[in-house]
Write a new protein. Structure first.
Length: 354
């Protein structure tokens, strides 16, 4: 049993992804060197794209409208913008792109440089990708007319798989140790500063099928409280049984953003809601964001690891607990593993000032 906990075995078809953001604060002193906002954004982007080409980074973007990038896997490459977000859909194995997003008369609070990982073996090559990204940023800074600008690097990695792939006949698996990013990079000649913050969590999106609605609500209604409460009760029971302490449920149509609450204030906007937990705090905490008067197509369930949930060689013990809890939850709500999916996303973030 101990040996089994050393790795998490996931379907061979598991999707892995990585993207890195470098944020540079836009100061009045920086803008003073350019004729206009547009001149600033275009000039810096030109320099940036030349450096990324030198490092053979081929899916890169500059965001100068303060919108939040959201990266998703898709077989087709396309980009959508909302009032607050830019959604990038792409397949790392095939898609390349180079774009600048800005409003000519808009003064951005920050320039956000987005690097999307490309190729195969994303997780195995993550440290090399990070090194090349950092080289671009370090080479870009001396080219800017203003020095000593504040820069923050944010590395996001995730893997996504169907918890019930084996029930559908997908029996080939691959084992991951799931080490934290800092330790994994250190072993691969990518030294990160010690003043970093990191987060690891799981997000599961449960579509609200017609069958699930009918089994709980029994009749047409404009009040979905009974359904949401039914799911909350069973989710919490499964999480508590496996001693999972930091969990959340979001059923209000907003995009959940997981943050370290030690450093960030919690809140929401018209499109997003911040889900904040302090990894150093081991007290149980449940965050609930749903409204019975609001019908949604899917519910997001989030489980965030504490520092106590990590032990070398990685998050395998924690993820095995999470999988066991999710299987109990699926059983409790009578999810059919042969015909329905439960997509599990394991996310790791690390950030630090450059």
């Amino acid at each position: 049993m101990i040996m089994l906990m050393q790795k998490l075995y996931v379907p061979l078809a598991t999707r892995t992804n990585q993207y890195i953001m470098a944020d540079i604060k836009v100061t009045d002193a920086l803008l003073a060197h350019y004729d206009s906002y547009e001149h600033c954004y275009r000039s810096i982007s030109e320099q940036f794209f030349k450096l990324t080409a030198d490092q053979e980074l081929f899916n890169v973007h500059v965001i100068a409208n303060d919108k939040l990038p959201v990266v998703r896997y898709h077989t087709e490459a396309y980009t959508l913008q909302t009032a607050e977000q830019i959604l990038f859909f792409y397949n790392p194995a095939y898609h390349e792109a180079q774009s600048l997003y800005f409003e000519p008369d808009y003064k951005a609070r920050k320039l956000r440089f987005l690097f999307l990982a490309t190729g195969s073996d994303i997780r195995a090559n993550a440290a090399s990708f990070h090194n090349r990204v950092r080289a671009v940023v370090k080479d870009l800074l001396p080219l800017l007319p203003e020095k000593q600008l504040n820069v923050k690097i944010r590395d996001h990695q995730h893997m996504t798989y169907d918890l019930f792939a084996s029930a559908k006949g997908e029996n080939k698996t691959y084992g991951y140790k799931l080490r934290n990013i800092y330790m994994r990079y250190k072993s691969r000649q990518c030294e990160l500063p010690s003043n970093y913050t990191s987060t690891a969590y799981v997000k599961v999106t449960l579509p609200l099928s017609r069958q699930l609605k009918m089994s709980v609500l029994k009749q047409d209604t404009d009040d979905y409280s009974a359904l949401y409460q039914y799911l909350e009760d069973r989710f919490l029971a499964a999480a508590n049984q496996k001693h999972l302490k930091h969990v959340a449920m979001v059923g209000n149509g907003l995009t959940p953003l997981v943050r370290n609450s030690k450093y960030e204030e919690l809140g929401s906007t018209k499109e997003t809601v911040l889900i904040g937990f302090n990894p150093n705090d081991n007290e149980p905490k449940f965050l609930q964001h749903w409204d019975g008067k609001k019908q949604v197509e899917a519910i997001d369930f989030i489980l965030v690891a504490t520092h106590d949930d990590y032990s070398e060689p990685g998050y395998c013990r924690y993820m095995n607990q999470v999988e066991a809890a999710l299987k109990e939850f699926a059983k409790a709500i009578e999810l059919d593993p042969k015909t329905q999916e439960m997509m599990v996303g394991f996310y790791q973030h690390i950030s630090y000032p450059l």
